[in-house]
Design a protein around this ligand. Structure first.
Ligand code: SME
Length: 189
């Protein structure tokens, strides 16, 4: 049984919704053949619909990481969520190897995006002072903050095994995603 059928068989959702998700998964697989720019264009049209019908934050963020992993095959893709009580970043849904569970102000790329409220593009993690090396294979990294009502609620962290794997094209390609997540954030449970 392939995973589309597995998904359809296991999900307690309406047949229409299951069909919709399966067709989306197929189009995403197809888009894995396209250039990165084309993939961003294609994915940009679909984020809104990925969240249709589900209000659970973890479920939606988990599916985002799955979609990005299957489209781009980056080494590690995941969310760190702001733990407002502890004033730390705590590991959220991700795809890839085991990761650090907590990150702290002033240390690492995720914390820089959190502290500065700005995306971070790091072509060589070795040259980033204080980089937190959860995986020795990571060579370059990109982190985008998710900002709701002027405060960072989470960051999207993407790591590559290749040097200088990310550019402004990737940032612009993923900004619609983080904006879409930010718009939904408070409606999610
Ligand atoms: N690279 C991050 C730490 C998280 S792991 O890469 C998954 C950082 O320096 O913030």
């Amino acid at each position: 049984m392939d995973w589309h059928h597995y998904l359809g068989a296991r999900m307690n959702q309406s047949p229409d919704f299951v069909r919709y998700l399966c067709s989306m998964a197929q189009s995403l697989e197809f888009s894995a053949l396209d250039s990165r720019a084309d993939q961003y264009t294609e994915l940009g049209k679909q984020w809104e619909s990925l969240f249709r019908g589900e209000r659970n934050r973890i479920a939606n963020l988990a599916n985002v990481t799955a979609v990005l992993k299957s489209a781009f095959e980056w080494h590690w893709i995941g969310f760190y969520l702001v733990d407002f009580k502890e004033d730390q970043l705590v590991l959220g849904p991700f795809q890839g190897p085991l990761a650090c569970t907590r990150l702290f102000h002033g240390k690492g790329v995720c914390a820089a995006a959190w502290d500065q409220k700005r995306p971070q593009l790091v072509p060589n993690v070795e040259e980033f002072n204080g980089h937190v090396a959860c995986s020795s294979l990571t060579q370059s990294e990109m982190v985008l903050p998710i900002i709701v009502d002027d405060r960072v609620v989470a960051v999207l962290d993407i790591d590559s095994e290749h040097l200088a794997d990310f550019s402004n094209e990737d940032l612009w390609g993923l900004i619609p995603l983080v904006d879409c997540i930010a718009e939904h954030w408070d409606q999610w449970e």
